[in-house]
Unconditional design. Structure first.
Ligand SMILES: Cc1cc2nc3c(=O)[nH]c(=O)nc-3n(C[C@H](O)[C@H](O)[C@H](O)COP(=O)(O)OP(=O)(O)OC[C@H]3O[C@@H](n4cnc5c(N)ncnc54)[C@H](O)[C@@H]3O)c2cc1C
Length: 314
């Protein structure tokens, strides 16, 4: 790894001001960022790293106005174990509990989880060997190349890499809001391709906390090759809002988590074996599979059905 200067921030405002300068990056748990620096897979390398972990007050979960407020530095394992989150946002607790491994969950933060970069092997290839569409290049190499883990719903911003965060579909299904140093962004709009990033944050804009409306019923399911530690091949979150409408979100199937509105229509009259199957079918009715990822369609169909049935049976 090349050398860089390490600055311990004392406030989020200070960190945001530093992060707006050229050659500066921020670090939380470091489980994602340090790998990209070691591999030198990005087109540029920071001179300074601003450490957010030294900022007080960002590692708490509290209740406020009918919502849970989760600080950006709360670790994934603490969210998975939180009685508050398990009671009022079960899908999020399940998603954080299924991410990565115990070691990474005890280091990785929720802010880092939602801001992590995509896991495409062309994008992450060491020594920045592929200047792909996600980095501003002209080509998405997965289109003709090895696309077994990529999008089954087409392209976003020229890129076919599938989103790889486990918390993201849960936050979208729960109707969460990402509070940054500059604004409040609905989770559904937060996870969009933005150059190398997997979100819409501007330079120097940092995540402060996430507000999650208390939700009586929500569930999360994940399918990965290994149960011990692995990124999702497909994940799915469902949540019932205050009006009784069910939101269904698939992750790892598109460059951002994707709401399945036609599947949501299929369960408008209630969830049972038949409507859950219809929702699964509707979710994958308009896929655009690539040369090596058709197998993900059946997984997505099954996860939608399985997650919905868990919502009404457990
Ligand atoms: C082997 C391995 C397996 C993994 N498996 C999974 C998995 O199954 N599921 C999953 O979801 N993830 C997985 N991850 C990805 C990820 O490392 C973790 O999920 C973790 O939550 C990232 O958090 P962090 O605090 O370590 O982030 P960091 O590495 O510190 O940061 C990640 C990115 O977010 C930015 N960032 C951090 N905090 C903020 C903030 N407050 N505001 C703005 N930007 C910010 C950083 O600049 C950086 O670009 C895995 C990682 C590894 C190495």
């Amino acid at each position: 790894m090349r050398p860089f200067k390490h600055i311990q921030a004392s406030s989020l405002e200070e960190a945001a001001s530093l992060a707006s300068r050229e050659g500066v990056m921020v670090i939380a748990g470091g489980t994602d960022l340090l790998g990209t620096l070691k591999d030198e897979c990005l087109p540029w390398y920071p001179n300074y790293i601003v450490d957010l972990k030294t900022i007080p007050g960002l590692d708490e979960i509290r209740e406020e106005d009918g919502a849970l407020v989760i600080g950006t530095l709360v670790r994934l394992q603490d969210i998975a174990d939180s009685e508050l989150v398990r009671t009022h946002a079960q899908a999020l607790a399940e998603a954080c509990g299924r991410a990565a491994s115990p070691t990474i969950r005890n280091m990785g933060t929720i802010g880092g989880n939602i801001c992590q970069m995509h896991r495409c092997w062309y994008f992450r290839c060491p020594d920045n060997r592929f200047v792909c569409a996600r980095k501003g290049g002209r080509e998405c190499y997965a289109y003709k190349g090895d696309n077994r883990y990529h999008s089954i719903f087409g392209i976003q911003g020229g890129c076919l890499a599938a989103s790889s965060h486990d918390s993201a579909p849960a936050l979208v299904a729960l109707g969460a809001t990402v509070v940054t140093t500059a604004r409040e962004i609905p989770a559904e709009e937060f996870f969009m391709a933005n150059g190398c990033k997997s979100h819409v944050l501007e330079d120097g804009e940092l995540v402060k906390e996430i507000r999650v409306p208390k939700t009586a019923a929500s569930r999360f399911e994940k399918f990965a090759l290994r149960k011990s530690i692995d990124f999702p091949l497909v994940n799915c979150a469902v949540a019932e809002d205050a009006d009784g409408r069910v939101r269904i979100v698939l992750g790892a199937c598109y460059p951002s988590p994707k709401r399945m509105t036609e599947a949501e229509e299929a369960v408008r009259g209630g969830i049972d074996e038949k409507s859950a199957q219809a929702a699964g079918d509707a979710a994958v009715a308009n896929v655009m599979v690539l040369s090596r990822n058709e197998y993900k369609v059946e997984i997505a169909r099954t996860l939608v059905k399985r997650t919905l049935l868990r919502l009404v049976s457990e």
